[in-house]
Design a binder for this molecule. Structure first.
Ligand SMILES: [Zn+2]
Length: 346
């Protein structure tokens, strides 16, 4: 057994276990760089008979890597299970790795980390057991249906022959382009028959997802759910706004009362105006600060001072005339103290 291959297999397997909590030979061979995503895709689409024929190394080397993997897994105390690989074709035929029975069997074993929660184990098993989506191709070349000779926007491959959606009995499906994850998930779930739409990317040398084909009714139901969500969100926002407005009114009322207590000489109307101004949401004004919220004497006084500054003194006019803020404040200090003293007396 080659020690070097052993180390490479171990490194890939450990990384998979760390990242995905599950190690499958398919992912290990891909991780070694021996299987391209393109050839795995072709295999899953049922376009190649045996996966091992697509590998960058000879079958003996593949078998050797699988042996290394099994030895590593045995030493780790991992939980073993079997995977069925199924084609993304209508007949959902079983996919063949290749090689003899022992290699084939070795390829179908996967391992999960021990001690996973039952929920996590169930999720991994479910993901593995799920047949891959049916795939419809959006061709970029001229094509004709192998059955009726027509052409169209999509074709479905059956035994490597392109079929139009009518001949494939998929013409009742509508195309939902990628982009809205929630809508896609819901439409897919509601649709009895569904297929993934892919298009060959020349630059990436693989098929990219372009959306899904789903039943019209499923799409409409999903759209309604998403709209309902939107309405629910809007209603929630409106409720929040009302609640905040109510809080503001309450807060401003309490603030005005506190102003009245500290400054009995100030008339109620004026106190309310100051409280409202100080309490405007998100204004960053003193009334919204933590101390203001607590109706602390200093904070309330600051709000009153701000009002005096703007309304009882020449402060704003000084600023307009280009007097610096510190200088202007210095000049009005006496005025402010006088007004405060006046208002403090009942
Ligand atoms: Zn046709």
């Amino acid at each position: 057994m080659s020690g070097r291959l052993d180390r490479r297999v171990t490194a890939v397997a450990e990384e998979l276990l760390r990242r995905k909590k599950v190690v499958a030979p398919l992912d290990v061979l891909s991780g070694l760089g021996w299987l391209s995503s393109r050839s795995v895709q072709a295999w899953e689409l049922g376009r190649v008979e045996r996966l091992d024929s697509q590998a960058a190394v000879p079958p003996a080397r593949l078998a050797e890597a699988l042996t290394c993997l099994h030895e590593w897994a045995a030493g780790q105390g991992l939980v073993k299970s079997e995977v069925d690989y199924v084609a993304a074709t209508r007949d959902r035929r079983g996919l063949v790795f290749g090689g003899d029975a022992a290699v084939e069997a070795a390829f179908r074993i996967q391992w999960t980390a021990p001690g996973l929660s039952p929920a996590r184990q169930a999720r991994i098993a479910e993901r593995q057991a799920k047949a891959p989506d049916l795939v419809v191709i959006q061709p970029d070349k001229q094509w004709h249906c192998a059955q009726c000779g027509e052409t169209g926007e999509f074709h479905f491959l059956e035994d490597e022959r392109p079929l139009c959606l009518v001949c494939a009995d998929m013409d009742h499906l509508v195309h939902l382009p990628s982009g809205d994850a929630a809508l896609t998930r819901r439409a897919r779930k509601a649709s009895g028959l569904a297929a993934v739409v892919v298009r060959w990317s020349k630059s990436r040398k693989r098929f990219d997802r372009r959306g899904i084909l789903v039943e019209r009714k499923a799409l409409e139901a999903a759209e309604e759910q998403c709209l309902a969500d939107e309405e629910v969100r809007e209603r929630r926002k409106a409720r929040d706004r009302e609640r905040r407005a109510a809080q503001d009114v309450e807060f401003q009322g309490a603030f005005a009362v506190r102003i009245g207590e500290l400054f009995p000489g100030l008339d109620g109307e004026r106190a309310r105006a100051i409280a409202e101004h100080a309490g405007v949401r998100s204004s960053g004004r003193v009334g919204r600060s933590a101390a203001g919220q607590a109706l602390d004497e200093h904070a309330v006084t600051l709000a009153v001072v701000a009002a005096i500054r703007h309304e009882e003194t020449g402060y704003d006019a000084m600023l307009m005339a280009g007097v610096g803020r510190a200088e202007a404040r210095e000049r009005i200090r006496g005025d402010i103290d006088r007004v405060l003293a006046l208002w403090r007396q009942g």
